[in-house]
Design a protein around this ligand. Sequence first.
Ligand code: ADP
Ligand code: ADP
Length: 235
Amino acid sequence: TPLVELRRAGKSYGNVRALYGVDLVVRAGRVTCVLGDNGAGKSTLIKIISGLHRHTEGDFLVDGRPVRFGTPRDALDQGIAAVYQDLATVPLMPVWRNFFLGSELTRGRRPLRRLDIPRMKETADRELRRMGIVLDDLEQPVGTLSGGQRQCVAIARAVHFGARVLILDEPTAALGVKQSGVVLKYIAAARERGLGVVFITHNPHHAYMVGDHFSVLRLGTLELSAERCDTTLDQ
Ligand code: ADP
Ligand code: ADP
């Protein structure tokens, strides 16, 4: 059973149709890439899955059961966590503090325990290392990290707090080649840990680096939905 499935899902904002009859499947341990130009409906799609908007047509299923989320809280309770590009971290707070910031919001299905500060630092350090990010100083403000590392802190936080589905909204859009590489490796690490990832991107190259499935939206419809196929071409 897929973690998340949209079947012929549509969304209208009043008279504006933003999505028409879109099918999307998110599976554990797989990365579903969603590509498309501005206005194609990518934000609308992830807002439906993360509980910010409701679909107006079709079906939305989690673990094979139809759901109708009212708020992001409902999505988080199902282990669906979204990491938005600009809102992921608070620049002036220490790294470790960011890791726990909004743990109420990012906790997914894992019950929140009270931890003392040394334990919090230890946990943040362990989770970041586990995903391949080593920082000398977790006291430094998160704003001193690179953009790629900041995205990784936000992703590690969601993973730690029990997300099963990770929705990444253009996580590499503002990053250069090297930092994008950091985030792409991190996406691959999340997949290895069995999360289902929805990776929104404008960049087909980035999508191809980590994607298992590719969905292309155009003017609110699904223009292409394709599994990855790795074939070896004989010369
Ligand atoms: P993308 O994320 O791919 O740029 P969006 O999902 O933001 O696309 O937008 C899809 C369409 O829906 C666009 O035509 C956009 O103007 C429209 N739209 C998005 N949000 C709203 C809204 N809150 N009210 C009315 N129209 C909206
Ligand atoms: P984002 O642009 O970050 O994806 P939204 O799509 O929610 O976020 O748009 C931001 C704001 O602009 C929202 O308040 C939304 O209602 C409004 N908006 C977006 N597109 C349109 C549109 N085509 N018509 C009316 N309002 C829109």
